[in-house]
Ligand binder design. Sequence first.
Ligand code: FES
Length: 81
Amino acid sequence: MRKEIEICLGSSCFSRGNKKTVHLIKDYIKNHQLEDKIYFHGNHCYGNCENGPILKIDSKEYQNVSPDNIIFLLDSIFMKD
Ligand code: FES
């Protein structure tokens, strides 16, 4: 089944890292040829800015996502099999 990644593009998360993280995720999907397996899209503020930047994968919320830890997070989910 296709997985869904939603990234918060609200101003707080966007300015504190998600601006860059968007591109890292796009590159990751492309480099691993996951275009058919992942539906990636942006969303507006989830109202949880203080714990942001926020990312959701299949509705599970990940907090304090950053350009430094996003690859590790994606690997732990998509590269385990
Ligand atoms: S801007 Fe991301 S939760 Fe508010």
